[in-house]
Design a protein around this ligand. Structure first.
Ligand code: PLP
Length: 449
């Protein structure tokens, strides 16, 4: 009997023992094509020599030094690279400082606390409210959960520790009116932010937080063009900080190191994790503007936050090696090329499928929204647990994909997200689509008539 606290105790988990490129291998020798990078983490696959060597080299000289006493060359170099890339790729980049943490939820906590402390430092203590979007996910710690809009994750923990206001997501498939252009739709939903700020009182609002491409809670949902430019304008008009959560969609997943660069905007605070360490080490980061950092420096001189593993040197060394890999040998170009190929293959295989409502995403972050009925877009009954069936059938066929269930409010149904490693080639694209087709068919066949 296992003494590990498994999240789903009824599941018989295979024992993972090795990695080979985009495949994971279990103790019985079975190979699983990792078409979701776990949870959009393993962007370099599972046996990258350069990253493994960087970890070994770092541990051999220094494994850990507490951030209250030391900085390290790996942390300094990694911060330089992340800021240099932001400056190169983001129009009107504001990001200038990097605060390293151990994962996405920690990045969210740091971002939310920094936004609030910033307004204290500049003598606007009334600005403490956070606005977010329904069906967003920013992490599972209680602060991050409070701003996230995903009902399924929130419900067991209501009332939340801190109040947050939620506006509509940019979800054209569900919410765009038939007579509305994409641009008009984007403006309408972005303007909900302005309405919320005015309703709460601009002098009370600290920040708006959103994922540029919504990940696991909405199945790789990109915004319509122009949406985030409008959001940026509104934040600037009312002095509200824009926090972008690129924990899932960042670090090259969309074909760009920072997903927001494609939307032509830069945030005041950016969260990243997952692909930052590519799964070789747990690491996340919060990037912020010089204006915010300077307010802390000239104010109290101390960010009231911290964790034991901030700037963990082995994690930073691994992440530095990941950055080198991302920028050599055209890897981000491969994300765009294989992403387009995967999208095309998904369209060909499932474009007319009676239970696939929409295929969407960017780069190698793609999703299928599943519906009981294409015409009405009615979701499957969540009680059927279609997502769990798909996961089971996919694993039985040696495929890892990321199916998520319908939300409690029934606003959208099950979906499957694909986020394979950036190293995949055309042979893997075919394998993903073939196995996904079989798994989806078997899962649908297993539903009660
Ligand atoms: N933000 C987004 C967009 C995520 O997808 C996730 C995790 O899935 C998180 C935050 C939380 O990250 P972590 O699980 O590393 O705490």
């Amino acid at each position: 009997m296992s003494h590990v606290f498994h999240r789903q105790p009824a599941t018989a988990y295979p024992v993972a023992v090795a990695g080979d490129g985009p495949y994971l291998i279990d103790a019985a020798g079975r190979r699983y094509l990792d078409a979701c990078g776990g949870a959009a983490v393993s962007c370099l696959g599972h046996s990258d020599t350069a990253v493994r060597d960087a970890i070994k080299g770092q541990v051999d000289s220094l494994a850990y030094a507490h951030s209250a006493f030391f900085t390290t060359q790996a942390a300094e170099d990694l911060a330089d690279v992340l800021i240099a890339r932001a400056a190169e790729t983001m129009p009107n980049n504001r990001l200038d400082k990097v605060y390293f943490v151990s994962g996405g939820s920690e990045a969210a906590e740091a971002a939310l606390k920094l936004a609030r402390q910033y307004f204290l430092e500049i003598c606007q203590p009334g600005r403490h409210r956070i606005i977010a979007r329904r069906q967003s996910y920013h992490g599972n710690t209680l602060g991050a959960l409070a701003v996230g809009g995903n009902q399924w994750r929130r419900q067991p923990f209501e009332p939340m520790l801190m109040p947050a206001t939620h506006i509509a997501p940019c979800y054209a498939y569900r919410d765009r009116r038939e007579d509305e252009s994409e641009a008009a739709y984007g403006q309408r939903v972005a303007d909900e932010l302005e309405a919320a700020i005015l309703d709460l009182g601009p002098e009370t609002v600290a920040a708006f937080i959103a994922e540029p491409v919504v990940g696991a809670t909405a199945g790789a949902l990109p915004p319509v063009p122009g949406y985030f430019r409008r959001i940026r304008e509104i934040c600037d008009r009312y002095g509200v900080l824009l926090i972008l959560d690129e924990v899932m969609c960042g670090m090259g997943r969309t074909g760009h190191l920072y997903a927001c660069a494609e939307d032509g905007i830069a945030p005041d605070i950016l969260m990243t994790a997952k692909g930052l360490g590519a799964g070789y080490q747990p690491i996340g980061a919060m990037l912020c503007s010089a204006a915010i950092y300077d307010a802390i420096v000239t104010g109290s001189g101390f960010f009231q936050h911290g964790h034991t593993y901030i700037g963990h040197v082995t994690a930073c060394a691994a992440s530095l090696a990941v950055q080198r890999r991302l920028h050599e040998g055209g890897l981000l170009e491969n994300v765009r090329v294989q992403g387009a190929a995967l999208r095309q293959a998904l369209d060909a295989a499932f474009g007319q499928h009676p239970h696939v409502g929409e295929i969407r995403g960017r780069g190698l972050m793609l999703g299928l929204e599943l519906v009981a009925d294409r015409a009405s877009k009615a979701p499957f009954d969540p009680a059927l647990k279609l997502n769990a069936r798909i996961k089971r059938e996919a694993m039985a066929r040696g495929l890892m994909c990321y199916p998520m269930g319908g939300t409690i409010d029934g606003r959208h149904g099950d979906h499957v997200m694909l986020a394979p490693p950036f190293i995949i080639g055309p042979e893997h694209v075919s394998e993903i689509v073939d196995r996904l087709g079989q798994a989806l068919g078997a899962a649908l066949d297993s539903l009660p008539a």
